[in-house]
Each structure stands twice: as structure tokens, then as C-alpha cells.
Design a protein around this ligand. Sequence first.
Ligand code: ATP
Ligand code: MG
Length: 392
Amino acid sequence: MFKSFLIKYGEIGVKGKNRYIFEDALVKQIYFALKDVDGEFNVSKEQGRIYVDTVGEFDYEETVEALKRVFGIVGICPMVQIDDNGFDDLCEQLKGYMKAVYGEKQITFKVNCRRARKNYPLTSMEMNAAIGEKILEAFPNMTVDVHKPDVLLSVEVRNKINIYSEVISGCGGMPIGTNGKAMLLLSGGIDSPVAGWMIAKRGVELEATYFHAPPYTSERAKQKVVDLAKQVAKYTGPIKLNVVNFTDPQLYIYENAPHEQLTIIMRRYMMKIAEELANKSGCMALITGESLGQVASQTIQSLYTTNEVCTMPVFRPLIGFDKQDIIDISERIGTYETSILPFEDCCTIFVAKHPVTKPLLHIIKKSEEKLGEKMDELVKISIDSVEVVHCS
Ligand code: ATP
Ligand code: MG
């Protein structure tokens, strides 16, 4: 019976005169989310409301699932829209609606009328009372509860009249594209896809960088990262993934730096390269999946030392999360199954047995100086030979 959805949005409703920017971004993202769903859709906005109308046959479940992935939506209301043929007709239609949706169920309800068109002959209060009465007459099994009703029957009088009573939760946040772009350091692990998803949820478009070290890391490990980017892209829209061949810089560090400093130096170069790629494509922040204390490279001293190479803000949305909290999100957003596939994103030969957990910046810098110009050359070659994979 539902041919339309009323889309409720949260925070973007309060953006004053820039509101249309947010609404337009939301409309665009809704179209993107629906592009692979069976059916034809029309997304429109009208006075602080966004509607998704369907044309002909469509898959209801798939449509709702797709809308649940759009950042910026707080509620999805399957809606019936009718023409205004007078109040009596409205009451008849509402009775038909209640019968179809709730049938003989024993429920409490409350009518909530709103009039965007103030010339309607009854006030909202009068409408509430009159409609409530009609429903009580028609359904002896229903009662009114104005405080905690099972069903809030909303009736909005606009050019047409909107009727809805179910609100399916959306994922909240802000529409992608309203908050610039950031570069996600995406590995094959559990954390970084979650970190990217969290920042994207605040309206940030994502680009991604993956450091690949063939033949030490396999093609399958790379494919895993591509798959993760595709999964995140279901929420964000297409993600441009930069695959950096990091083998030569990594081998060079391995051969020329103290073993226990490998990880930290390698991470500093990763950040440096990611920042350069970010600058090239107009990103204004980096995103990592780091969480304080999780591993040796994520102690406060290590983070201090890696962060020092960047001038761009580095977003670490998981910094205060426990691993289980991160796993819970990754399961919810659908990246977990891929993340736990056993293809390592980093070869064990590059992992020190006893990494420093409290690196000192001046010592690390000294080691890096010894790497000399040769290292800069290798880094430049890596940057110049980036392979781009479009993930969607
Ligand atoms: P993840 O689960 O995201 O792999 P992790 O717990 O394995 O994280 P680290 O390996 O220390 O932690 O990596 C910390 C962060 O550095 C990652 O979350 C990711 O943002 C980035 N990173 C690590 N390895 C790579 C890589 N090969 N390519 C791109 N980014 C990486
Ligand atoms: Mg990892």
C-alpha cells in the first residue's frame, strides 16, 4: 500500500540559510543509494520535507535497506499520500489506512495533525479530536493514549495530505559532500574501514590510500582492501582508492634502520605519503583506525612521533574505543566478514619482534636522516606510480 516515503532528517534541519545545500546533498545521496534497487524512484523536496516516490513496482525491503544506509536520514516513514477531497473523505481514508496497517489489533493511538496549509477549515486540534473520535467509533479494539501511544498517526495537510504512522530509524549523521573530503589510510584490518565510515557519517567524502608491498603482501590482500572500500562505498558513494607500491621504501628502511624502529619509521612514511596524496586531491584531513594503546605503534608516544610528520589534521575516531566496540560497528556496517579474512596487509618480515613502544622523536629523526636522499627518491617513485582503483 505504500508508494512513498517521507524522509526525516535531523541536524541538517537546523542549518539556517544553508539548509538547501544539505538538502540537495541528501537528495543526491538518496538517488545514489537507490540506484541498484529494483524500481524507479523520484526524490523531491518540498518545504523542509524530502519525499521518495516510487513509480510502478518496487522492492519495499530493498528500498528501506538502501535508505537506512544514507547518512543524514534519521527516520524513514512509509507514507500514503492522498488528495484533499474534504474532511469526511479524509476520515474515510484514515479509517482505511488504520484497517490496512493495524487491522483488528488492540492498540493505543494518538492523532497528530499538522497543517502547512493554514486555510484548511479545521484547526489541528479540532482535526485531532474529530479524527480520533471517528477511529474509536470504527475500531472498538483501539483506545486513545495521548502520552505513550503505541501508534502515532501523523496527518500532514499540505498541497496533498500525508498519512504515516511508522518511523523506521535511519543512520543519522550528515549527508556526504557537506563537509569536504578526507583521505582514509585503509588497511585490510577491522579498524580502518570503521574509522572511515565514522568520519563519512559526519558528511565527509572519502578517498583512500592502501600501502601494498608485493610480493610480500599478496594480490588477495589487495583485493580484500578493494572489497572493504566497496563495502564502505555503499554508504558513502564511490571511493577512489590509491594503491601505493611501498615495497622498495619498506625494504630500504628494513635494511638501513634499527630493527626495533622499523614500524614507527614505516608509519611515519605512510603518513607522509598519504598526506601528499591528500593534498593533491583536495582532502583536508587524514583518517586512521588507530586506537590508543591497542598495539606498540599506538601508544601515546608512538602516536606523538607519527603525528609529527603531518601538518594536516589527522582524524582518529576510534582513539578511545575498545576493540569489541569497534568489532560491533564493523559487524553492523558489514565490513567485519571481509576484515577477518586471513590475508595479511603487512608482511611479517617487516614487523619487528621487539618494537619500541616509547619512541623518542629525536632518535627516530636521526635514524631517518641516515636514510638520506635515496629514501626520498624511493618515496617519490612510490607516489608517482600510484595505481588508482575506483571502488563503488
Ligand atoms: P586496522 O585494523 O585498521 O588494520 P590495526 O589495528 O591493524 O588497524 P595498525 O596496523 O597499527 O593497526 O594500523 C593503524 C592504522 O594505520 C590503520 O588503522 C590504518 O589506518 C593505517 N594502516 C596500517 N597499515 C596500512 C596499510 N597497509 N595501508 C594503509 N593504511 C594502513
Ligand atoms: Mg592492520
